[in-house]
Design a binder for this molecule. Sequence first.
Ligand code: NOJ
Length: 533
Amino acid sequence: MKDFLWWRDGVIYQIYPRSFSDSNHDGIGDLEGIRQRLDYLDDLGVDAIWLSPIYPSPDVDFGYDVSDYLSIDPKFGSMRDFGLLLKDAHRHGIHIILDLVLNHTSDQHPWFKESRESLDNPYRDYYIWHEPKPGRNPPNNWQSIFGGSGWELDHHTSQYYYHMFYKEQPDLNWRNHKVHRALLDVFRFWLDQGVDGFRLDVFNVFFKDSKLRNNPTKLFGLRPYERQEHIFDCDQPEMMHLLQEIRQILDAYPESYAVGETFLANPEKAGSYCGKNILHATFNFEFLRNSWNPKRFLNNVIQWEHVLRGKCWPNYVLNNHDTVRTSTRFGEGEDDQRLKVAAAMLLTMRGTPFLYYGEEIGMRNVRIKHSQIKDPIGKRYWPFYKGRDGCRAPMQWEAIPNAGFSTVEPWLPVHSDYIQRNVTNQYRDPHSILNFYKKLLALRKRHPVLVRGIFEPIQQKSKHVLVYERKYKNQRALIALNFSDSKIKIILVQSRKNKWRLLLSNQRKKLEILSADSFNLEGNEALILLNAF
Ligand code: NOJ
C-alpha cells in the first residue's frame, strides 16, 4: 500500500505481558517470551504491539501502579531484553507502543515514599495532599472508581492524599512544574530508546479542580461513584495545553503516535481530545458495551464518523484487559461463527482495529474461583463483580501442560478448553478462527479499499444484518454480516449493483461471482465482496 502509515493503516495487537509467554519459568510472561513469539505475530499480520505496562510495579493493579517510569520490571526482563525485543520487532516491521500510566504512581514510587515523609519534604507537592475537614473527614466528596472515598488519611502527617484508583495508586499533582517536567521527560526517554508510540492511561484525569470543589451529586446510580457528576475530578481545561505539549514532543520523532484512554468517555468527549495538534487518536469504547445487535454497532460507527468528521482517524476495539472477552459476551458455547462475524466487522471498518491477545483464537474468559482472584476489585465486590482476571488468563499456545504458556503453574489458571482451543491446533484447521483472522489481516494488506475507503451503510429490511460499502478510488468493497442463525436475502438498490467477486466468507466454500442485485447470506455469515472489474 502506498503511503502506508502503521498506526492508521495497520492493525494494533494488545499484549498483556504477564499472560502472553513465559520464557524463564516463573509462571509470569516476559519480554523474552514475547520476542520468541514475534514470528507468530508477524505471520498473523499485525503491524504494532501495545504492551500493557512493563515498568517496575508492586502489582496491586498489575502494572498500572508504576514505581519507576524509566526501567523494566525484573519479572519481565531487563533494559537489554527490551532493546532486543524492540530491535527484533522492528526487523519484523512490528512497531512498539508502550502504556504510560501518568495519572498516578504506585505508593512504592520513591517520589511518594519521600512525599509522605513530612509536610515540608521537597516531594510533598508531587501528590495531592490536603488537611482533613472538621471531624477528620475527607477534604471533599470525591470517590475512588474502585470503591470508597478517593481520599486516604495518612496517619504519619495527618493529611489526606487523593487516589482515583486503589489507595496504593496516589494521584500525581500535574500542577507542580517539577512533576510536569519529569513526566514529559518520560516520553522523551522512551522515544529515544526507539519506541514508536504510547497508549495514555486515563489521561483526561491528570488535572483536578484547583479548588478541590465537591462534585455535584445525582439521584441515580449503583454506587456512590456513579451518583456524582465528575466535573471537578475529570476533564479540566488545563488538559488541552498539556496535550499540545505532548504532541510537540511526539512530532519531533517521525511517525510516532499516541492513543488516549479517555476516562468515563462517551464518543463526543473522546473525540474532543484528538486532532491535529493534540492526540493522534482516542479510544472509542462503544463496541465493548454492545449486545449482539447490528443496529447498535452501526449507530456507534455513524456517531464516531460524525464526531471525528475528518479531523482524526477512527479506531475500534472489541476486547481489552478490562472487559469480558467477546467470546464470552457474544459467543455461543465453543462455536466461533459469531466471533468471525465480529472479526470481519472490526477488520473492515474505517478505523484502526485493536486486537487483544487470544482474541484471534477465540479465547474465552476463564472462570475464577474466589480463592484464585488476583484483581483487588474482584475481591472487593465478589460475588456481584468478579474483577478483570477472567480476560487476562494465559495465552493458549499448545495442547501441552499450561497450554505451552509456561513450564510451571501460571499466575492465573489456564482455560480448561486449551486442549482443543490453542494456536497449534488452529494453525492446522483451515476453518479455524485463527485462520479467518489471518485471512482478514492479509486482505487488508492487499486491498487498500478495506483500509482507506469511505464507509457507507446500506439499508436492509432485516434488522439482523449489517451491510456496508467501502469506496476508495475505483475500488468498491461490500461487506455483509449476518447476526442471526437464519438465511437472509440481501437486496441491493440500483446504484449498488455490481458484479461482485467473493473475497472471503466464513460459510461458503466456493469463491464465486455473485449476481448484481441480490444474494442470500447464510446464518452467521460474514461476506466480503469486491467489485469484479
Ligand atoms: C485504566 C486501565 O485500563 C486499568 O486497567 C487500570 O486499572 C486503570 N486505568 C488505573 O490505571
